[in-house]
Design a protein around this ligand. Structure first.
Ligand SMILES: Nc1ncnc2c1ncn2[C@@H]1O[C@H](COP(=O)(O)OP(=O)(O)OP(=O)(O)O)[C@@H](O)[C@H]1O
Ligand SMILES: [Mg+2]
Length: 289
């Protein structure tokens, strides 16, 4: 027997998602919120493009956009074998990097109903979010927020549920994930770890690709092997290695790095000096260390 919550969800999601007119009008109805990230959220800063994380996420973005130019990849699951390896860090920063490109509408969805964090990082309410939509308590436009002045849209996880996997198994979830790329060029889903819950595994079968995050010093070869084996569909786009130290990234390229960025850094410092002389406050991100 189909549970009552599932019946309600089916009606709501079918009504919203299977209606292209609704989806096209979606953007007009979405509320804008200011970009006000948590102080230690570790988000990349567009005003500091030469910082190592910014460079790495731009590089990841370039690879994915190249893949997208070769085949229609618009929805990706970001996951990792185990907890705390940087799934959310990667999903959020990848979404930010994508949204910095003109016209590149990017939706970051928190599909980690077990340990959601997107709402915390952006300092918004957890609810209404994905679970509320799936449970028929909110409409699609109510669970998406646009970060003002950017191409980034975020979808928090929603109220905690006892049965995340049961909810994700509703066929309307696939319907939702299938249709969102008709509005957003990139739909990036933050998910739980592969070896601790079946959620990411299931979601990866619904999305065009899966990005596996591993963390230096934490992820074991055994867990990567098991995580890769656990993925039902062979849609792994690549492995993102998290936690490399700056020296490891740039030791071979230090000369080029400083060659390309010294002029830009100097210009920024000069600009900040001018701003200080005028009594203005520092730009977002503060002064370079
Ligand atoms: N490269 C990094 N540099 C600095 N801090 C990082 C980095 N990657 C992750 N972190 C920090 O490590 C912590 C865990 O990262 P994150 O929340 O992204 O992991 P997760 O895999 O999503 O964890 P969970 O399994 O709980 O969902 C966070 O505080 C995050 O800010
Ligand atoms: Mg996480």
């Amino acid at each position: 027997m189909v549970p009552a919550y599932a019946q309600q969800a089916m009606q709501n999601v079918a009504a919203m998602v299977n209606d292209p007119v609704n989806l096209q009008g979606l953007l007009d109805k979405i509320e804008e919120i200011p970009f006000r990230p948590l102080a230690d959220a570790h988000l990349i800063d567009p005003t500091r493009p030469s910082e190592a994380p910014s460079e790495e996420f731009r590089s990841l973005r370039t690879r994915l956009n190249h893949m997208q130019s070769l085949s229609p990849i618009h929805s990706i699951v970001v996951t990792s074998p185990s907890p705390a390896e940087g799934k959310s860090f990667t999903a959020v920063n990848l979404a930010l990097a994508q949204s910095h490109l003109a016209g590149n509408l990017t939706l970051l969805g928190d599909f980690d109903f077990r340990r959601p964090i997107v709402h915390t990082l952006f300092q918004v309410d957890r609810s209404p979010g994905v679970t509320d939509f799936l449970l028929g308590r909110a409409q699609l436009h109510e669970i998406i927020k646009k970060i003002a002045g950017t191409n980034l849209y975020i979808m928090p996880a929603g109220e905690a549920v006892l049965n995340p996997l049961e909810l994700l198994n509703l066929r309307e979830v696939k319907s939702m994930v299938d249709r969102l790329p008709s509005v957003f060029n990139w739909v990036i889903l933050d998910t739980p770890p592969l070896l601790f819950a079946a959620d990411a595994n299931l979601l990866s079968t619904m999305c065009h690709g899966t990005l596996l995050v591993v963390r230096i010093g934490t992820t074991t070869i055994d867990s990567v092997t098991r995580a890769m084996q656990s993925l039902c569909e062979n849609n792994v786009l690549g492995i993102s290695v998290n936690g490399a130290r700056r020296g490891e990234l740039y030791s071979r390229y230090t000369y080029y790095h400083s060659y390309y960025y010294s002029a830009e850094a100097k210009a920024r410092e000069d600009g900040e000096a001018d701003a200080e002389a005028l009594g203005a406050s520092a730009p977002p991100g503060g002064k370079p260390e």
